[in-house]
Design a protein around this ligand. Sequence first.
Ligand SMILES: [Fe+2]
Ligand SMILES: [Fe+2]
Length: 202
Amino acid sequence: MSPESSAAGFRGTNPAIIEFLRQEHRNIEKLLLILERELSVFARGDRPDYEVIQAVIAYFVVYTDLYHHPPEDMIFETLKVRDSIAAATIGDIAADHRIGAERLHRVAQAIESVLADRDLLRQAVNDITRDFIEHERRHIAMEERDFFPAAVRALQAHDWTEIASRLNDQKDPLFSEGVEHRFEGVRRYILQLEREAEAERA
Ligand SMILES: [Fe+2]
Ligand SMILES: [Fe+2]
């Protein structure tokens, strides 16, 4: 990632934020793939690596709400002002995020139930998790196809500066290199766990 598009480069120009969010989508997709792989182990009746599953869930719980959604919500709020028709066509990004969080919560509960040996049909766990994965993928695809291009067309240079400064000006800036570094560490850790789980199964 170039310094321009790194988290620290957020103070800068518009494409840096969008580029950053797109890059984060690639990271999220990798984690969804891991979750999907573990789910297929579960679906065929074997024991998946629950440490991997719970690490992915924890990443989504913390990362998306604290880190990925705030800039998207801010961009969408501004898009509503700059091009209300485009915004209305896209729908409601913030509501999608809230519903996504509920879906994730259901996944977390389903996995907890399995681990606590509570009665929950294998098929139900499978359906709940698959539902989350599919909606996340569709949401990402929609953002990249409709939302980001509409925002790039409609927002003005000072809108991006304003959004960037709001993200950076918080007492604990979300978009600091330190925070990004920590999340990267967690992603690397999850990938490593998954490699080990796959090696054991092979
Ligand atoms: Fe989103
Ligand atoms: Fe997104």
